[in-house]
Design a protein around this ligand. Sequence first.
Ligand code: NDP
Length: 313
Amino acid sequence: MEEKVHECIVIGSGPAGYTAAIYAARADMKPIVYEGLQPGGQLTITTDVENYPGYPDGIMGPEMMNQFKKQATRLGADVRFGMVTDVQFSRNGGTHSLTIDNKQIILAHTVIISTGASAKWLGLESETRLNGSGVSACAVCDGFFYKGQDVAIVGGGDTAAEEASYLAKICNKVYMLVRKGELRASKAMQHRVKALENVEILYHTQTDEILGDKVVTGVRTLNNQTQEKKELNVQGFFVAIGHKPNTDIFKKYLEMDEQGYLITKPDSTHTNVPGVFVSGDAQDKIYRQAVTAAGTGCMAALDAERYLASKSM
Ligand code: NDP
């Protein structure tokens, strides 16, 4: 065990985590950032980011996250490859202890949680069995494998619409399986996806089963109005039905809502444990944007700095 008690540890390396690290580094808190399972966070599996201010021509998600990392590192953040696998928070403002990769223990006065959220799955046995063999939750990562083929994507939100548009550029045909009679996606995304000739939107349509023994060969759909079942021949099956916050390891200590989003004290990033702060998608089920995540990362570092200052008075 490392005896040193660090001033600030940031868990997660998306826009929230790196912004927290940038502010904490400039405040001389010598932050350590643990990158987690998906270094760079969700933006590393997206393509063009057009809505982050400061990039008038847009920027690719992975490139943007490289720049966040570069900026944090240049200002003195210690970015480490590793996963926080457990936490022991002090409930009375003492030292917090984090377990890294199930072995190393590291201590800190303040912790900023920026662990984000992960893709949700339908929960079908065939989905688990064929995961990686035709089933994917990331069109941008895996769409390439279905070049010129037919695919299906589940979901009617902005993610599904964005991914369907992306797949339409690569694949022969894209079926969008939407359980309601309408899309939930923003009007702009709806116009974009509806204008694509090789995207067919199937409303009131659920997934009954993903077909295939070793690889995906099709999907059996169920119309939830007529109860009619149909088989579509597809080689790829994408799931884009939302996300779950990555907060399971904090359950013992932190207040969260029924979906697992961490609860903060009003107008702040304070959790119910002194010295533990949260930013980004781990606490935000409403906005979930890179720019809002970055904003709350900044808030968390400022809150942590003030907390440290009040302790040393
Ligand atoms: P959303 O929660 O917005 O949408 C999820 C979609 O999946 C809904 O259509 C929902 O259907 C459907 N769904 C959920 N569970 C199931 C299920 N078990 N079976 C079938 N369908 C299901 O998630 P998104 O990931 O699309 O978006 C999350 C947030 O991120 C949103 O705020 C969105 O606006 C934002 N976003 C913004 C982007 C941008 O600005 N460029 C890009 C991507 C996302 P139903 O409507 O029936 O509930």
